[in-house]
Structure formats: C-alpha cells, structure tokens
Design a protein around this ligand. Structure first.
Ligand code: DGT
Ligand code: CA
Ligand code: CA
Ligand code: ZN
Length: 580
C-alpha cells in the first residue's frame, strides 16, 4: 500500500473504531470503513493524485464522499486529521487497544464501558473473572470464553510488527536519509535484516561525516510522532505512534562489527562470542580484538573470517546450525529474489482480486518475470466470488487471447480450488485438466475438524500441483488449523505435489520453522504472493525471505524454473499420478 494511503487508512480506521466505541451512528462509521478499504486498494498515492489533479481528484475517488475527501486533503496538508484527534480525546485511552483482542468488537467494548465502567485491559479481565461481562445483553459464557482466548493469544504475540508492514516504512526512511542527510554506509540491522516474520523494533546502522546532523535529520523525519533519544551516536524515535526505530551511527573502521552485532540474533551472537573466546579473541560491536589489537571490524566478512568461518547470510543467523555449517564450509547457496522467474498465485478481477489480467501481466513484466499463474477461487468460495465453470472458461479464453499478444510474459491459466470436506475438489477433473496450474486449499472447516485426511485425499487427485497456504495460519491472529504437517509433507514428497510458501504479508505460510520441519522429506516448494492487487506482487520478497530463513536453495523452489521446464514439470506431475 502507498505510504500516505496507508497512514490515512489507519487514522480513518481508528476514527471509525472510536466512533463505534462511542456508540455513534453506524452509517457514518460504515462510510469511514468503506473509505479505508478504498484507500487500501488505491494503486496511486493520494499525494500524487492531489498534486496531479488537485482536490477534485481526491473527491472523485469512488467510494470517498466529500467529508472524507476533505479529511484526506487536510492530512496531506497538515499531517493531521482534526476530527480524528477530537474523537480520540473522547474515548478512554485504554479502550482502543482492546480492539486487538480477537473476538472482541467495538460494540461489546461500548457496552462494557457504559454498563460496567471498563476503561482498559485490567478492568476487562476483572469483569470476565467475576462474571459481569457474560451477563451483558448479547454476550454469554461462550463469547466471553472466546474473548479470554483472544486476550491470551494477544499477550503471547505482543505488539510485534509484521515484516510486510515494516518494509515500506524502513525503505522510506532509508531513502529519506540518503537524500537529506550526510550518510556514507547505511543498512537495516536487527530482526528486520534477518527477515523475521515479525519485528519488535527497527534497527538502522550508518556511517557519516556528520553523525549529529544525521541523527537530527532522522528524528525530525515526517512520520515521527515522538523522539525518544537524539544523541551523538544514537537516535531513537517512534513513527506513526507505533513503530520504534533506532538509528546508530558508527565509525567506518567498526561498521562491519557493528552491523554484525546489531543484526543478531542474540543467540547467534552469544554462540560467536564463545567461539571467539576459545581462540583468545574478543568480539564486540567495535571489532574483533586480540588483546588491544583490532584484527577485524571494517566489514562483516572480516569479522566472520577472523573466526575462521564463511560470511553467513543474515536470514540464517538464528543459531540453528549455521555457525557449524560456516565453520565447515557447507553453508547452503540460498535462493535469491533475482532467481524467481514468476509468481504462481495471483488473483484477478474474475474472483476477488482487483486487477485485470493485463494489469497483472504488466506488473509481471515490470518485475522481470517470465510467467504468472492467475489462480482465482473456485465456485464454492462464494464469499470470494469463486468462478462458476462458464466464467472459468471465459477466463481461459481471455488468457489464451492475451498470451497471443504478450511477448515476454506468459499468463498461466490457474485456479485456487477449494478442497471440499470429503477431500474431493471443487471442479471436476475434466475442467481441472484444462488448467495449466492448480493449487488446492482449504478455506472453510468445522471447529475441531482434523484436516489432515482431507488434504491427503486431495493430493491423490492427479490434476492438482500444489497445496496453498498449508497451515492456514494468519500472521496476526488465526492459529494454524489442526493439520499434521509431517504427514502432508510425506505424501507431498510421494505424489510430487508441491507445498506453497504463501508470501502474502498476512499469511507467510509456510514460514521458516515449518519449512525446516518438512524440507528433509524431499518436498518441493512453490512461491506465490496470493496478491489480490497487482501492486501486491512485491510481496514475493517476503516469501523469498521465509525460504532463505528455511535454508532453501534454488533447486528446491519451483519458481526458479524457466517456463519450458516449468511446463514440463506441470505435465510430469499429471503423468506421474495417472501411471500409478
Ligand atoms: P526484535 O527487535 O525483538 O525483533 O529483535 P532484534 O533481533 O532486532 O533485537 P534488538 O532490537 O533487541 O537488538 C538488535 C540486535 O542487537 C540483536 O539481534 C542482537 C544485538 N543485541 C542487542 N542486545 C544484545 C545483547 O545484550 N547481547 C548480544 N549478544 N547481542 C545483543
Ligand atoms: Ca530490533
Ligand atoms: Ca533495537
Ligand atoms: Zn489465494
């Protein structure tokens, strides 16, 4: 999502939440929510739109009324929305955070506040415990039990930020610093550089001819809502009331050592420090030392080589065997983004996506891809405008016609087919056979259903190529569904079905622990962004991050195949099953 659009969407969403907690007119609330969705899908940043077409351009965004258009303009001109500030001031500050609890909505919060005087989490826990909450109209023990589960899950994950949300922010900060401040070397560090699926705070490292000026520029960047520290070598600020970013400025002579140190992980560093000690060396953020003498520090390579090991890619630095591998010279050659030849899971306007086939092809070309599989939902997925067979045939025709015209990119006719409760698929075989690429997935299941059998059965169908988002988890919220991933992986290896690494920012499924769990069985992985807008296809980076953290090499990832080889493999899978 574009930066200003994202920030305004966040403010309007918060405004709608606050109004709902205040118990105000649902029509107004809905208008804000609608504008939020529109902004999230808008391919152009509203500031560009304003610059090009003036206020009229903002007014003409479909789904945005004049009141909201004024607020968008106000934000672009002043960085604030007064109405937002006013309304927020009327709601006790402990109430909005309660919305992060799954199973608890604004209406319940309104009731708990007005009827029981709840103004924050501690109050809420109290009225759950003493039974008062369950006695409110429309609640009851079952709902309250759900809310309690939500509280527990939130307390486990805390306020960590999904990596997909952090990337646009970090990139805009790096870009701004490069343009506006005296910087020499500049790199993200910490969990962000390791591409962890969620990050706590964001760490940036720099060298500069004028550290003080660099730090001043940093803490006054647009988007900073609070300055925590602004010293000689370190600045720390909160962006958009939510993201803590630390900038450290170091000497060129210790840049490598500092980058190594602040990239972490802590466990990786502790292990390295032990190895240094055994060799009579001392490693710190300033360098590697033998007594007083600095033996390394300018580059990360020098630091690792002083300890007699290969440079270790940041994504591996979790103390999961990478140090031993680096000592023995057997680090894997990891998958790289540049090796990805296509995206194998994108939705179009045919189902619940927002982009046309042309727009998807255009974005694929921009990304340098050879192919994209357009996988729209199947007919049972009504909530997602799943395709009936006649629509699917129409899509096939359109893809064929478009491929005639397209030169450097090929669209693959795909589908994301629901696995029905009995393990059968949502289209008959003769229809599936007409498609180039089929991913099968589960979107609806009964509580407590063990989904393993259902998925295993689907893999017996010779026409599917992959299982999409194999665990069903959502990054901020839903836990994985009950599925025996080992059993799925074993069958996948047997049948030649691939497992998807769904790269969508909200999924990242499989993630690195899952990949590490199953890759030994010899399964192949396939990357797909599950983009519902061509502008979301950048999320491939996140999937590559998961793959790298899962130690995957290019051979293990189908998307590294050029088109002819991919086609061959797609055919092979179907032959393989039918000859069994
Ligand atoms: P986060 O922010 O929770 O997602 O995780 P990190 O890994 O970014 O951790 P953070 O921001 O606390 O510190 C950045 C890196 O600095 C961390 O990965 C390792 C290094 N570091 C920080 N404090 C210590 C420490 O006390 N000992 C060691 N060995 N390393 C540290
Ligand atoms: Ca951090
Ligand atoms: Ca930090
Ligand atoms: Zn999908």
């Amino acid at each position: 999502m574009k930066r200003n659009n994202a920030q305004i969407a966040r403010l309007l969403n918060e405004l709608a939440d606050a109004l709902e907690i205040l118990g105000e007119n649902p029509f107004r609330v809905n208008a804000y929510r609608k504008a939020v969705r529109v902004l999230q899908d808008l391919p152009e940043d509203v500031s560009d739109l304003l610059a090009r077409e003036g206020e009229k351009g903002i007014l003409e965004i479909p789904g945005v009324g004049s009141g909201i258009a004024k607020k968008i303009v106000e934000y672009l001109q002043t960085g604030r929305i007064r109405k937002h500030d006013e309304v927020m001031a009327r709601v006790p500050s402990g109430l909005l955070p309660l919305l992060n609890i799954q199973g608890l909505g604004p209406r319940t919060i309104h009731l708990a506040w007005k009827e029981l005087g709840v103004t924050g989490l501690e109050d809420l826990k109290r009225v759950i415990e003493n039974g008062e909450l369950a006695r409110l109209p429309g609640l009851g023990p079952k709902k309250v039990a759900n809310i309690l589960k939500g509280i527990e899950s939130l307390e486990r994950t805390g306020k960590r930020i999904p990596i997909g949300e952090a990337i646009p922010l970090v990139e805009s900060i790096l870009e701004a610093l490069r343009q506006e401040a005296p910087v020499d070397q500049l790199s993200p560090a910490g969990s962000f550089r390791r591409m962890k699926e969620t990050v706590g705070d964001l760490d940036i490292l720099a060298t500069s001819s004028d550290p003080a000026r660099l730090i001043q520029t940093f803490v006054h960047l647009p988007g900073v809502t609070r300055i925590l520290a602004a010293g000689e070598t370190k600045g720390s600020a909160i962006f958009e009331d939510r993201y803590q970013v630390d900038l450290r400025v170091v000497d060129n002579s210790s840049y490598g050592a500092a980058l190594q140190y602040f990239t972490g992980s802590r466990d990786h560093n502790v292990h390295l420090r032990g190895i240094a000690r055994e060799r009579g060396l001392k490693i710190s953020e300033y360098g590697v030392f033998r007594g007083e003498q600095r033996v390394a520090g300018e580059t990360e390579e020098s630091v690792y080589s002083a300890l007699d090991m290969l440079w270790i890619p940041p994504e591996l630095r979790e103390d999961r065997g990478e140090i031993e591998a680096a000592q023995e010279g057997r680090l894997p050659s990891l998958l790289e983004l540049s090796q990805i030849k296509g995206d194998l899971h994108v939705h179009s306007r045919y189902s619940d996506g927002h982009s046309t086939l042309e727009e998807i092809a255009e974005e694929a070309r921009r990304l340098g891809y050879a192919y994209v599989a357009v996988c729209d939902h199947s007919r049972t997925a009504r909530y997602a405008r799943g395709l009936e067979i006649d629509r699917l045939k129409k899509k096939l025709e359109e893809i064929r016609a478009l491929n005639e015209r397209l030169e450097d990119v090929t669209l693959l006719a795909g589908a994301e087919v629901d696995i029905l409760p009995d393990g059968s698929l949502d289209y008959p075989d003769e229809i599936l056979a007409e498609l180039d690429y089929v991913v099968a997935s589960i979107h609806q299941w009964r509580k407590k259903e063990d989904l393993t059998e259902r998925i295993l059965r689907a893999m017996d169908n010779p026409y599917i190529h992959a299982i999409a988002h194999p665990t069903g988890r959502l990054l901020t919220g839903r836990d994985p569904y009950p599925v025996d991933l080992d059993a799925v992986a074993e069958k996948a290896a047997q049948t030649g079905v691939w497992l998807e690494i769904n790269a969508h920012a909200e999924r990242l499924d499989l993630n690195d622990p899952h990949i590490l769990q199953v890759r030994r069985r010899g399964v192949r992985f396939v990357l797909g962004t599950d983009a519902h807008h061509a502008q979301q296809m950048w999320m491939m980076r996140l999937g590559v991050g998961m793959a790298r953290r899962g130690w995957l090499s290019p051979e293990e990832v189908i998307n590294t195949c050029p088109l002819p080889e991919l086609r061959q493999r797609l055919q092979e899978r179907r032959k393989r099953r039918s000859s069994v």
